[in-house]
Design a protein around this ligand. Structure first.
Ligand SMILES: NC(=O)c1ccc[n+]([C@@H]2O[C@H](COP(=O)([O-])OP(=O)(O)OC[C@H]3O[C@@H](n4cnc5c(N)ncnc54)[C@H](OP(=O)(O)O)[C@@H]3O)[C@@H](O)[C@H]2O)c1
Length: 225
């Protein structure tokens, strides 16, 4: 399945790329112009360098793709660089959905977050991204809601850093799932390796989970080896 990958340069993108490639999915990797000069993917033959707000460039880039995967997002500490929840998360979701509709790319995978739609600016913003995707009636979407992400040890990139969670929190989540009746909740909230999430997304390219919101309890079994 030919994949247009938004967020290719991020912590999840770095892990998703080799996994999807290994499964034989050709990739079109989106890279922002400002990032291209300082990131190895800027020189990658699979990369397309433009701003997602450039609608005609976006439509050209997704043409012929079977699915859009969005791993785009920002965080408060990066607002000073000009990225905000509005531009990075909500804005790009809208841009990708509109372009998908225009080019009839009928499948979309969105990396959202545990708690989307709940209290707080981050969760509200994630809820808005999900609403935009779910309102696209002609698109067969799948939404992923993992808890805190954990980067693999091999990820040494300093671009946007690694995703790390203190060992005690991981221990707590792993222990909680062995308590009677708490396995589902524990799997939703315990930190999750990015490799598990990326494999789960890849698995839905091969075995679709159309119009489903997948939380940790669904993602773990899909993505564990
Ligand atoms: N970190 C966690 O624990 C966690 C937990 C649950 C869900 N999530 C969600 O999972 C997703 C991926 O997280 P991550 O930690 O892998 O992200 P990340 O490392 O911060 O990477 C974000 C990616 O989004 C791109 N991006 C940001 N703004 C953009 C824009 N306006 N246009 C185009 N691309 C843009 C970045 O490009 P540049 O390299 O050019 O900046 C980068 O490729 C995010 O939506 C995040 O909210 C994260």
């Amino acid at each position: 399945m030919r994949v247009f990958l938004a967020g290719a340069t991020g912590a999840t993108g770095r892990v998703f790329i080799p996994l999807a490639e290994k499964r034989g999915h050709p990739l079109v990797l989106h890279v922002r112009p400002a990032t291209a000069a300082k990131h190895p993917l800027g020189q990658d033959p699979r990369a397309v360098v433009f701003d997602l707000a450039d609608d005609s460039a976006l439509r050209r880039a997704i043409r012929g793709c079977d699915v859009i995967v969005s791993l785009v997002g920002t965080m408060k500490k990066r607002f000073a660089t000009g990225d905000t929840y509005d531009t990075s998360d909500v804005g790009t979701t809208r841009q990708l959905v509109e372009a998908a509709k225009a080019e009839r790319v009928s499948r979309l995978r969105l990396l959202s977050s545990y708690g989307a739609g709940g209290p707080g600016a981050y969760a509200q913003m994630k809820g808005e991204c999900e609403r935009i995707v779910m309102a696209a009636r002609d698109i067969r979407w799948t939404i992923f809601r993992p808890s805190a992400l954990v980067s693999p040890a091999w990820d040494t990139s300093d671009h946007h850093g690694k995703r790390e969670v203190p060992g005690v929190i991981q221990w707590f989540g792993n222990t909680m799932r062995h308590l009677p009746g708490l396995q589902g909740l524990a799997d939703d909230i315990r930190p999750i390796p990015i490799e598990v999430v990326a494999r789960a997304i890849v698995s839905t390219l091969e075995n679709p989970r159309d119009r489903e919101i997948l939380s940790g309890r669904d993602i773990w079994p899909l993505g564990e080896v």
